[in-house]
Design a protein around this ligand. Structure first.
Ligand SMILES: *Cc1c(COP(=O)(O)O)cnc(C)c1O
Length: 238
């Protein structure tokens, strides 16, 4: 790990912290109301742990295989490990018990498997429901129209706890369009909160990445997932 890379991470970390604080205040909140999670796909554990030494407290991986191969190297005494990528039911057992939150549950089958694997370990796993807010065919996530039915079907599963919602909006060519998606998500989030469904709590609204976390916070996000703005452009060939 070069000195330059570490310096860049430190500079980026401070910059993102400042922008999160600024956006939080603009949104009528406090810095402490917003969770800064670093998306760590393709990033070496050394770089991740350096960010943790600067104060980063949440990290998220996308791929089960990559998470497992890096698992023993993370400094998890000081940080919470989460899963943020597309998850196949047959891989659930490999991460349950290792991650504090699974952000990408989007079907009854997947929720059921997380609950079943958690029951085996005598734990409860926190989950978010991923919403396909742009209704894109290629994307994972439950369609907004099917979200209420999904919540109703999984609310009685004994070993999961729904803590909120997550989304990855479509790539937009204007900041107004992205704001519209974030606002739509926030409205759904507020609507579900108001329904007070048993065993479903709406504490976490996870949206916003490097390009748009500021706008996401202004639109109600209380968790942002930032990768390349912190660690630099990803190199998928390493
Ligand atoms: C990679 C990733 C991010 C972060 O993306 P950047 O644009 O690099 O900030 C956030 N969320 C998910 C689910 C990701 O896969």
């Amino acid at each position: 790990m070069t000195e330059k890379l570490l310096n860049d991470i430190e500079y980026n970390y401070r910059t993102i912290e400042e922008r999160i604080s600024e956006a939080a205040i603009k949104a009528g909140k406090k810095r402490g109301d917003i969770t800064f999670l670093a998306a760590t796909k393709t990033v070496a554990p050394e770089a991740i742990n350096y960010a943790i030494s600067l104060g980063l407290r949440y990290i998220g991986e996308n791929k089960v295989q990559e998470l497992l191969s890096k698992y023993d190297s993370y400094n998890l005494d000081d940080a919470s490990l989460q899963f943020i990528g597309h998850l196949q039911s047959n891989k659930v057992r490999q991460i349950v018990g290792k991650v504090d939150l699974i952000q990408s549950v989007d079907s009854v089958k997947l929720a059921q498997e997380v609950s079943r694997q958690s029951e085996k370990r005598d734990i409860t796993t926190d989950i978010l429901i991923e919403v396909n807010i742009g209704g894109e065919e290629s994307k994972s996530g439950v369609e907004p129209e099917a979200l209420y039915e999904l919540l109703d079907e999984i609310k009685d599963f004994g070993n999961i706890k729904v803590r909120g919602l997550m989304c990855i909006p479509p790539i937009c060519d204007s900041s107004q369009k992205i704001l519209d998606f974030f606002t739509k998500m926030n409205n759904i989030f507020i609507d579900i909160s108001g329904k007070k469904i048993d065993n479903i709590s709406m504490d976490i609204l996870s949206m916003g990445m490097s390009a748009d976390y500021y706008e996401a916070i202004l639109s109600g996000a209380n968790m942002v997932r930032v990768g390349s703005s912190l660690f630099g452009a990803r190199n998928y060939n390493i």
